[in-house]
Design a protein around this ligand. Structure first.
Ligand code: C5P
Length: 218
């Protein structure tokens, strides 16, 4: 039986996580937050103090790590049995993940871990290369973006709500730097898959984006 896959790719902070989780819930499908796999590896690498240019050592960490995902109200992620959910959203984790993600050897090791999420009755997969590399045969593909200023403002609000000190100019710079790295890397760069629905969510509500995607896939 073929399992339907909806891929949602786009730059950081475009709202992919929120939108994908809500869509998975409405459709009754599984959810893959592929960024959390790269982030988990970043946490493992930082914990073990592996140098970010030691590709062989990072490959070994990637091969050895076991990840557990529990979908409660929020996604709970366990790395080798330890709950790392609180560290996943840190700027340091995201920036390290985006450096590691430029390495083709690492992307190759993580490919199968992501494809294993494709299970009946369906899958919503969010990331950078879901529609182009990981699930090229997906039935439905979306490219979700927003201006870098809007994305930095959303991130700023999220951090403030959590009581974390943040600086809007610094966040905008980080986001633009991460976008550049994700778009310019040689392997699986962030790009729109052919046939994907393009959505710029800068001035849209979450509900409006969800409605547009549901209309598209039905
Ligand atoms: O989506 P998120 O911000 O959690 O991803 C963290 C980093 O992991 C991204 O900046 C990107 O470099 C990398 N990533 C990737 N391919 C994916 C998902 C994430 O390269 N499919």
């Amino acid at each position: 039986m073929s399992v339907p896959v909806l891929t949602i790719d786009g730059p950081s902070g475009a709202g992919k996580g929120t939108i994908s989780r809500l869509l998975a819930k409405q459709l009754g499908w599984h959810y893959l937050d592929s960024g959390s796999i790269y982030r988990s590896l970043a946490i493992a690498v930082l914990k073990q103090a592996v140098a970010l240019d030691d590709v062989d050592a990072i490959v070994n960490v990637a091969k050895a790590m076991t990840l557990g995902f529990e979908c409660a109200d929020e996604l709970v992620v366990k790395l080798n049995g330890e709950d790392i959910t609180a560290q996943l959203g840190l700027e340091k984790t995201g920036n390290t993940a985006s450096i590691i993600a430029t390495l083709p050897e690492i992307r190759a090791v993580l490919l199968q871990k992501q494809q294993d999420f494709k299970q009946p009755p369906g899958l919503v997969a969010d990331g950078r290369d879901m529609g182009t590399v990981v699930f090229p045969d997906a039935a439905h593909k979306v490219f979700l973006t927003a201006s870098s200023i809007k994305r930095a403002e959303r991130r700023y609000k999220q951090l403030k709500e959590k009581g974390i000190d943040a600086n809007l100019i610094g966040l905008t710079k980080d986001i633009e730097e991460r976008d550049r790295r994700d778009r310019e890397r040689a392997t699986a760069p962030l790009s729109m898959a052919s046939g994907a629905l393009f959505i710029d969510s800068s001035d849209m509500t979450i509900d409006a984006v969800i409605t547009q995607v549901l209309d598209f896939i039905r």
